[in-house]
Design a protein around this ligand. Structure first.
Ligand code: FRU
Length: 324
């Protein structure tokens, strides 16, 4: 295997201060470790559009085999994507969309559908009569815009549902207008927020005001594990969350297919689903099983690597002995 041609994959991550992003990075690393021929390098732009462009430029210069991008901004990144395209380097876009079609493939879940699922859930729980706060994420990003679009498409069909829009900061906290709405509108029934982290931080504010039992919180992401949305549903902090898979392992699989000259669809959709108290256990059990299998494989890989090291040092020793 060591003789097989290496495949260089560069991944440009836009943000790295939350568990969803970390889980995406981790899923890529795990998937890459299953293919010893893959050499994966992850770059972090730390919310800086310029840094992200520089990172991608760097990958182009190195002549990597595939570039995977989780975009921060959808416009400023276009020229560097087109540059890669001209140089013949395949580009895979994950999560946020970009304002060009000069890339090889896009991978992500349908955010309009995410918003619709949240909207339908509130409609069915409330029979179409509710006061709802919607906590926006970044409306300049496609997930933010589409999650709100899909949500409004559904709830606007019900005149009994009133929506109050508030926004959040870059670090997953609702802005002060959230508190203002809580204080001025006496019967808020639901909070729908752009992701689970914002929902959780909103819930803490509501809890301080003694409103946590009255208001049902719905988030997005549904990560498995200690601080993830599934656990928050199990803990009854969130009424529900809408699964938004990171696509980490799928991105690596897609990159491999592209390198192997397979034809891949331009649009690769990941599935989304509502997670509430009815299916939270099943969902986390399923994800746990996958995680156990993955860590078994990771362990095997490291055993193999150690064996290889031992073997090569033994054979070096033999070579040395024979040369004496
Ligand atoms: C994490 C995050 C996720 C969300 C995605 C959308 O940085 O905000 O919660 O699903 O990015 O881009």
């Amino acid at each position: 295997d060591g003789d097989r041609k290496k495949i260089f994959i560069g991944f440009s991550q836009s943000i790295n201060n939350d568990i969803w992003r970390k889980s995406m990075d981790h899923a890529m690393e795990v998937e890459a470790s299953l293919h010893p021929e893959i050499n994966l390098t992850i770059y972090n732009a730390n919310r800086k559009a310029k840094k992200q462009i520089k990172d991608i430029d760097n990958m182009i210069e190195q002549g990597v085999d595939v570039i995977i991008i989780s975009p921060f901004e959808s416009d400023s990144i276009v020229p560097v994507i087109e540059k890669a395209n001209i140089k013949g380097i395949p580009v895979i876009i994950v999560d946020r969309k970009v304002n060009t079609s000069n890339y090889t493939a896009y991978l992500g879940a349908d955010n309009i559908e995410v918003g619709r699922i949240a909207g339908k859930h509130i409609v069915s729980l409330s029979n179409g009569h509710a006061n709802v706060i919607q906590i926006y994420g970044d409306l300049t990003s496609s997930p933010g815009l589409e999650r709100s679009l899909g949500f409004k498409q559904i709830v606007k069909q019900y005149p009994g549902i009133k929506v109050f829009d508030v926004d959040s900061d870059d670090f997953g906290h609702p802005k002060t207008n959230f508190v203002k709405v809580l204080d001025s509108i006496p019967n808020i029934d639901y909070v729908y927020s752009f992701n689970d982290l914002i929902a959780y931080n909103g819930w803490k504010i509501a809890k301080d005001k003694g409103l946590d039992k009255k208001i049902k919180f719905i988030g997005v992401d549904g990560l498995n594990g200690p601080f993830g949305g599934i656990q928050l549903v199990k803990d009854r902090v969130l009424e529900a969350t809408v699964l938004y898979p990171t696509g980490g392992s799928e991105a690596i699989k897609l990159a491999l297919k592209i390198v192997n000259k397979e034809i891949v669809p331009k649009n690769n959709m990941l599935n989304t689903i509502l997670i509430d108290s009815l299916n939270a256990d099943i969902m986390s059990n399923q994800f746990d099983k996958i995680a156990v299998q993955q860590s078994d494989i990771e362990q095997q890989q490291s055993v193999i690597k150690n064996q290889e090291k031992k073997y090569s040092s033994q054979s070096n020793l033999l070579k040395l002995l024979f040369s004496l």
